[in-house]
Ligand binder design. Structure first.
Ligand code: NAD
Ligand code: AHE
Ligand code: ZN
Length: 369
């Protein structure tokens, strides 16, 4: 079938709206009509050329929501008409990783996903016979996409696509990092670096679990008001701090953060996030994605003296199990998504969404089809 998609032809190039051929879903796959898709910083990261797994041409996009329109052979868990959220972290419930219950990083299709193809090693997308890569197993910047059955979460049919598409990455990543990865407890002091689409969800989850101080750190002063609305108790602009930021944060939190979160993708900030943690027990969670070749460093003494460095992918969430619950939380008013979706525009304007992100003017832009 012919579908409309935003195609990334090369690093640093604007996306191009094209008519793309999409082949039918094969065994174990589903065809989904994407109704809305969010633009996450990770899409910009891959488009910039910094992603060692970045492939071109490709259809980017990994946050989305839509409706199953067709299923391939052997598909049992969803049917045409079901509302779903695509999962870049699938949940097969059979691999060693899923069965361990120690991680959400299902590895059933990770290798082919990283090569921009479906599990059988081929792409469903092409233009004029030329293969177009899938991205993160999802490719949500297209009005139809094909996904493995294990990479869709079935959600309730009354949830609005334009809002819950954001649960496909940013919301779940931020909320899950607090609840699943760090397991922040009531009364904890939390420092959040980067108050964008992910960081503000860390803030709202920290408030949900009853954190005491919730310190937000961002170089964009425009982030302060919204972050306070979401639960931030103290705002720190590093450009206005005289002297060492780490010492300032340790002093502000009276000994250091119980938990810190890096939601930027800056390896220098990752070090600050670790080192502002409390001696003996502070836990720092890396969420941000750093470019090819970049490395983190600290004095081993920081870890010897009890600080813990962790990472979190998709908020530690098991998508098919946890995503429907987060949709319920939104529908029940327990989490606020509406105020974080600052821009909604047709797919034709998707390059504007990237511009808004780079200028620091949006939290989340959502494109519709
Ligand atoms: P965003 O662009 O919406 O937000 C980034 C924020 O960081 C902005 O508010 C910006 O002003 C701030 N910032 C930039 N440099 C800073 C600095 N030096 N000090 C303080 N603040 C600074 O991005 P996002 O969509 O929220 O994504 C954040 C990061 O998380 C990205 O690296 C993204 O790739 C990554 N991410 C990871 C996962 C995961 O599963 N681990 C999921 C989603 C996003
Ligand atoms: N291809 C990148 C990996 C980037 C990365 O870490 N991605 C996160 C999700 S970011 C969503 O906005 C993730 O889930 N990682 C786990 C995984 O298996 O990729 C690189 O640097 O190579
Ligand atoms: Zn993302």
């Amino acid at each position: 079938m012919e579908v409309k998609a935003a195609v990334a032809y090369g690093a640093g190039k604007p996306l191009s709206i094209e008519t793309v051929q999409l082949a039918a879903p094969q065994a174990g796959e589903v065809l989904v009509e994407i109704k809305a898709a969010g633009v996450c910083h990770t899409d910009a990261y891959t488009l910039s050329g910094a992603d060692p797994e970045g492939l071109f041409p490709a259809i980017l996009g990994h946050e989305g929501a839509g409706i199953v329109v067709e299923v391939g052979a052997d598909v049992t868990s969803v049917k045409p008409g079901d509302h779903v959220i695509p999962l870049y972290t699938p949940e097969c419930r059979q691999c060693e990783y899923c069965l361990s219950l120690k991680t959400n990083l299902c590895q059933a299709i990770r290798l082919t996903q990283g090569r921009g193809v479906m599990p059988d090693g081929t792409s469903r997308f092409s233009i004029g016979g030329e293969m177009i890569h899938h991205y993160m197993g999802t490719s949500t910047f297209a009005n139809y996409t094909v996904l493995p059955e294990i990479a869709v979460a079935k959600i309730r049919p009354d949830a609005p696509f334009e809002k819950v598409c954001y649960i496909g990455c940013g919301v779940t990543t931020g909320v899950g990092a607090v609840i699943n990865t760090a397991k922040v407890e009531p009364g904890a002091n939390v420092v959040v670096f980067g108050l964008g689409g992910v960081g503000l969800n860390v803030i709202q989850a920290a408030r949900m679990v009853g954190a005491n101080m919730i310190v937000g750190v961002d170089i964009n002063p425009d982030r302060q008001d919204l972050a306070e609305k979401f639960g931030m108790t103290h705002f720190v602009n590093p450009q206005e701090v005289e002297g060492d930021l780490v010492a300032y944060l340790v002093d502000l939190t009276k000994g250091g953060a119980d938990y810190s979160f890096e939601c930027i993708g800056n390896v220098n900030v990752m070090r600050q996030a670790l080192e502002c943690c409390h001696k003996g027990w502070g836990v720092s969670v890396i969420i941000g994605v750093a470019g090819a070749g970049q490395e983190i460093s600290t004095r081993p003494f920081q870890l010897v003296t009890g600080r813990v460095w962790k990472g979190s992918a998709f908020g530690g969430a098991r998508g098919r199990t946890d995503v429907p619950k987060i949709v319920d939380w939104y529908m029940e008013g327990k989490i606020n998504i509406d105020d974080l979706i600052t821009h909604v525009m047709p797919i034709e304007q998707i390059n504007h969404a990237f511009d808004l992100m780079h200028r620091g003017e949006s939290i989340r832009s959502v494109v519709t089809f």
